[in-house]
Write a protein that binds this ligand. Structure first.
Ligand SMILES: Nc1ncnc2c1ncn2[C@@H]1O[C@H](COP(=O)(O)OP(=O)(O)OP(=O)(O)O)[C@@H](O)[C@H]1O
Ligand SMILES: [Mg+2]
Length: 256
């Protein structure tokens, strides 16, 4: 059974793309077939994963509304079991164009229904705003991973995300699950520790046990074009993202 996972947060710079890229690597290393979908017009994930650039001719929008064949849009990457559905700057138009289509919130879900059998995991890197693309991703998802920093503004921003989850559940995806992931964590920072405790008390098992600490190796991995698990297999963040992937695999096995 395929698991469709969105990595989303309205807050910018909380490691959505880093988490998507790193988890792709960890799932591939564990032997799974992975499709990564870049839903952010900034195309950061596409930049780190392949030769493709924001000038890539096609993006998911061409699949959703222009009827370009799936095979024409997907790209292979330098990892054999990892396929990329790239973004380009045209994707920015999606926010304006998509809502004029009937049942537009269901477009991505319908598309993935036709292709998901070829993959074990589909990971979607969402843009830092809660518009038509993020809505499409969440309607199509089994699980939302919410990367968050243990910073006051980030924790505050979770209110909007919780409202978004309620809305998505009532608008067509009642089974959407979510898990918070603490990222860019500094365990010597007292505020980080106390906000992390606060989140665990508030959300209890809605927070992954895995925590991703600050690690400069994670800043190098997109430049090297390789997920951290392959770029620096023994680094702290590689171990932490591997642990996160195992936590997700265990979770999926329990729910299947
Ligand atoms: N654990 C970490 N340690 C150190 N640097 C990190 C870590 N996680 C992410 N970064 C760096 O922080 C920056 C923001 O990360 P990233 O681009 O993944 O965030 P994002 O949520 O996708 O941002 P945006 O909202 O713009 O899409 C990047 O430069 C990334 O390399
Ligand atoms: Mg990003």
């Amino acid at each position: 059974m395929t698991w469709i996972i969105s990595i989303a947060n309205e807050k910018g710079g909380v490691a959505k793309t880093t988490t998507t890229f790193s988890l792709c690597g960890a799932f591939v290393e564990a032997g799974y077939r992975v499709l990564a979908i870049d839903l952010d017009p900034q195309a950061n994930l596409s930049l780190s994963m392949s030769e493709s650039t924001p000038n890539d001719p096609y993006s998911v929008i061409d699949l959703l509304i222009n009827q370009v064949p799936f095979e024409k849009v997907i790209r292979s990457t330098n990892l054999p079991n990892l396929t990329l559905l790239p973004a380009n700057n045209q994707l920015g138009l999606a926010e304006r164009i998509l809502p004029s289509y009937p049942e537009y919130k269901m477009l991505l879900r319908n598309l993935l229904e036709a292709h998901k059998a070829d993959y074990d995991f589909i990971l979607m890197d969402c843009p830092p705003f809660l518009g038509a693309l993020t809505t499409n991703a969440l309607i199509a998802s089994d699980l939302l991973i919410l990367p968050t920093q243990a910073e006051y503004y980030s924790v505050f921003a979770l209110r909007n995300m919780m409202a978004m989850i309620r809305q998505i559940r009532s608008e067509g995806n009642p089974k959407l699950r979510y898990r918070l992931l603490l990222t860019l964590f500094d365990k010597r920072n007292r505020i980080h520790c106390s906000l992390a405790d606060h989140l665990r008390t508030t959300f209890s098992n809605g927070v992954f046990e895995s925590v991703i600490e600050i690690d400069t190796k994670l800043r190098e991995s997109p430049i090297a074009g390789q997920p951290i698990i392959y770029h620096a297999p023994k680094s702290r963040s590689a171990l932490q993202y591997r642990f996160l992937a195992q936590e997700i695999i265990q979770y999926v096995e329990e729910k299947n």
